[in-house]
Design a protein around this ligand. Structure first.
Ligand SMILES: [Zn+2]
Length: 121
């Protein structure tokens, strides 16, 4: 009895403390129906030592692993950044990032991309 209780306690604590940043980001995205930006992810998960570009790097891998482990039923969707001056939308981005400049009007007022997990069926 005691032994079993002990084991389950250890398993539970390992699960929380050993959770990787990527798993924490996946959990966060799964528990939110509204899309989140890299800045919001940093804030909510207390990842102040990270920059948005670190989060984009994680999201790149998360997109692959989420798709692989769900068999393509769940994917990471990016609401693409857009230019706040002329409305240009950066739709053709192949990876998560925030462009620095609008190719159309050269404005640097670019909205931040946001991310959410969506099921494809
Ligand atoms: Zn523009």
């Amino acid at each position: 009895m005691f032994k079993a209780g002990c084991e389950s306690y250890i398993t539970a604590s390992l699960m929380t403390s050993d959770m990787t940043t990527r798993e924490r980001i996946i959990n966060l995205l799964q528990s939110h129906s509204n899309p989140l930006s890299a800045e919001e992810i940093i804030l909510v998960l207390n990842l102040q030592n990270m920059k948005p570009r670190d989060i984009y790097e994680h999201l790149k891998h998360i997109a692959k692993s989420v798709k692989a482990r769900s068999g393509g039923k769940e994917v990471l969707a990016m609401i693409p950044p857009s230019c706040k001056s002329c409305g240009y939308i950066f739709e053709a981005l192949d990876k998560p990032k925030k462009p620095s400049k609008c190719p159309k009007c050269k404005s640097e007022r670019i909205s931040t991309p946001t991310f959410k997990l969506v099921s494809t069926y």
